[in-house]
Structures are given as C-alpha cells and as structure tokens.
Write a protein that binds this ligand. Structure first.
Ligand SMILES: NC(=O)c1ccc[n+]([C@@H]2O[C@H](COP(=O)([O-])OP(=O)(O)OC[C@H]3O[C@@H](n4cnc5c(N)ncnc54)[C@H](O)[C@@H]3O)[C@@H](O)[C@H]2O)c1
Ligand SMILES: [Zn+2]
Length: 358
C-alpha cells in the first residue's frame, strides 16, 4: 500500500506493509544518495535494523548506525549536539541521508538534527511505533525539548519518504501500543467515521495485533494526517489544529501529573473523553456521539477520567498551553464522528470539569 503526502515539489510517498523496510536502499539510490546515517535506539536496533542495513548494502549505500538514548530525555539540544559531531566526523552532506528508525522520539530528534545540519540534509522516516506510523513520522514537524517545555525548539523538515511496516508493532510494549491506539481514535474521530466504525467492531483484532487489520488501521489513520498536512502544512489554517483533538487537556494532564506518569496517548484519551462530554453538555454533539467515543476508548483499555490530580494544577497548565493562541481559548470538538471543528469562546474550567467525570 502506498500514499502520497502532496506538497508540490516536496511531495513524498508513505510505503506500508510487511517488508516495507526493504525498499530503503532503492529509494536512497534513486535520489542519488551514496551514504546513510541510521539513527535509532538500542532495543530497536536489535529488533529491526537488519532489513534496513541489508537493503542499503544491496543498493551499494554505505550505512553507519548511531544510537540515541531512550525516552523523552533524548529530545534535547545536548543529544542533537552529539549528533552534529557524528555528522561532522562522518562527513554528512547533501548526498548523505539521515534515516530515523524508531518511534516519535527518534524521529523528532533525528529530524531536527537533519533539518538544521547544513540547513537541511535528506531525511527518511522508518517509524516503528504506532504513534510514529500514524502521526509523528508524517508532516515534517520536528523538535526537541527544553527543561519543562516540550517541542519548543523545532523546524519544519519534511522527510523524502516514510516506510511503515506493521510487523514492527508486534514487538511494541503493550502499554505503548495501547497509547498509540489513542491517536488512531483521534484521527478517526476528527476525520474518518468509517475507520471509527471499523475500530468499534474490531476490538479483538486490535487486541491480537492482527497484522492485516493493523495495516488497514495504520493506512487509514496515516491518510487522515497526510491529507491534513497537505492542506495546511504549517498550521496556518484551522485544519492542522484538528489533530490537537483531546490534546489541550491531554497536555495539561501530562504536565500536571509530572511527565512520565501518563503516556501521551493515555492523557490524550482523557482529553478526548472530556472534549466529548463538553461538546455534549454544550449541545454541540448528541449523546450517542459522546457514548460511542467513551465506549471505544474504554474498550481499548484507555483512561477516560482524571484521577488523583487537582483541577487547579490542570487549569494552570491548560492556560499555559501554546495552542491557546493570543489568549483565546480554542477547542477542537466533534459535532459528529469524523467531523471535528475548532470552537472558540468556551470556558476552560468547563473542559477541566468534564475531565473529572466518569
Ligand atoms: N512530530 C510530530 O508531529 C509528533 C506527533 C506526535 C508525537 N510526537 C512525539 O513523539 C514522541 C513519542 O513517540 P512514541 O510514542 O513513538 O515514543 P518513543 O519514540 O519513545 O517510543 C516508545 C518506546 O518504544 C520503543 N520502541 C520503538 N519501536 C519499538 C518496536 N517496534 N518494538 C519494541 N520497542 C519499540 C522505543 O525504544 C521507546 O522505548 C513524543 O516526544 C512526541 O512529542 C511528535
Ligand atoms: Zn498526540
């Protein structure tokens, strides 16, 4: 299966399917690239780097592997500086590709390094987590963190191609996998009611990580992101903001709980549940639209209610959220499944209250 992210001269393919990693060598060679730096993490290297290295070798591409630390801590300027030193030593230039093999942490850090080194060198994404396959590898937003502030130092640097193999998802830790499903629900809720219905009817296939079904789910979710990015690459219209469904409150919950307690996708599940309750209370959606979202999230064993946190702390982080542009509170809500819109003028206190309901 193949999708295209349509961005004029910078358009790029997303290749899905078992064995997709084997295409990397041919893609690089096709772009006149002679060398590759594979950036990954130790566990991912052990599980999933062979196909990439074999494919590079077969295409005559000289490949070097460099390991990033694990976890959100890897997304720092210090790690990026280490990468610049590697790039200098390896002579990374316009004919060298930076290949991110891993989840969103690897993709964001590698992409930021690739996007800033010599004002941008060719970049390829090989996403190995569900979050990365349906979300972070597509769209070219790459960033690192400062202490206490996520994703604040970044650039736009689109990849030349994305290669997503659903077989990788089999080795994901259970909790990471479930948290990734939250972003799938997000994409379905905002723009794909058919996918939403497929998810509702396939909890068992999702639980078993049925490869065929996962490929369908990943392709449809990635397609939502690809369409939105193509229409609003730099979040200049409301469209790209729709991807933030569940994220305003989600980020606030993550921050108030202290990073690490909730996985991002778990906090987003709470955020979507709260947004759905608020929409229902305000008469923006009907009770069935609310109920379907709660049932699906619970069916995926994702949290839908804030526990053990004070509403004051959450409200403070919500107000600091960079997405509340110019002091105006903007919430993404779904009047109907698959049809999200941005609403303004709603009281953040009501959203936080909705997060505490069960
Ligand atoms: N750039 C964007 O548009 C965008 C969008 C969404 C999220 N993000 C970012 O993505 C990051 C989260 O990404 P993530 O959820 O992929 O987490 P992650 O990259 O930290 O990966 C989660 C864990 O799974 C391991 N792992 C990865 N693939 C594996 C596999 N196939 N088998 C076994 N283990 C594997 C990783 O080593 C890591 O320990 C956050 O920093 C977030 O800000 C960016
Ligand atoms: Zn997210």
């Amino acid at each position: 299966m193949r999708l295209t992210v349509r961005l004029g001269a910078r358009s790029y393919p997303i290749l899905f399917g078992r064995g997709a990693h084997g295409a990397i060598g041919g893609l690089l060679a096709g772009e006149g690239i002679r060398r590759a730096v594979i950036l990954t993490q130790v566990r991912i290297a052990a599980l999933h780097s062979n196909a990439i290295l074999d494919s590079c070798r077969a295409a005559g591409i000289e490949a070097a592997v460099r390991l990033l630390p694990d976890g959100e801590e890897a997304k720092t300027l210090a790690v990026v500086e280490g990468l610049y030193r590697d790039f200098m030593e390896l002579g990374v230039d316009r004919w060298t590709a930076v290949v991110a093999l891993g989840g969103g942490v690897t993709g964001d850090t590698a992409g930021f390094a690739a996007g800033t080194w010599m004002r941008g060198v060719p970049f390829f994404q090989v996403p190995t987590t569900l979050v990365a396959q349906v979300d972070s590898s597509i769209g070219g937003k790459v960033a690192v963190n400062l202490p206490g502030a996520k994703n604040v130092v970044g650039v736009f640097h689109q990849p030349r191609a994305v290669l997503a193999d659903p077989a990788c998802l089999k080795t994901l830790p259970e909790r990471e996998y479930r948290a990734g499903l939250s972003e799938v629900v997000r994409s379905a809720a905002i723009r794909d009611s058919v996918l939403f219905r497929r998810l509702e009817g396939s909890l068992e296939a999702l639980r078993d990580r049925n490869e065929e079904f996962l490929e369908e789910v990943v392709v449809r979710s990635a397609a939502v992101k690809a369409r939105i990015v193509a229409a609003d690459e730099r979040e200049e219209r409301d469209l790209r903001a729709l991807l933030n469904y569940g994220h305003s409150l989600g980020h606030a919950v993550e921050a108030a709980a202290g990073y690490g307690r909730y996985l991002h996708g778990e906090a987003v599940a709470i955020g979507m549940a709260a947004a759905a309750r608020l929409a229902c209370r305000e008469g923006i959606c009907g009770p069935r639209t609310l109920e379907r979202q709660l049932i699906l999230l619970k069916g995926l064993e994702l949290p839908v209610t804030i526990s053990d946190l004070s509403s004051g702390a959450i409200l403070n982080s919500l107000k600091l959220d960079k997405k509340n542009k110019g002091g105006m509170t903007r919430f993404v809500l779904t009047p109907r499944i698959g049809h999200a819109r941005v609403f303004t003028g709603l009281d953040p206190v009501r959203l936080v209250e909705a997060g505490f309901q069960s």
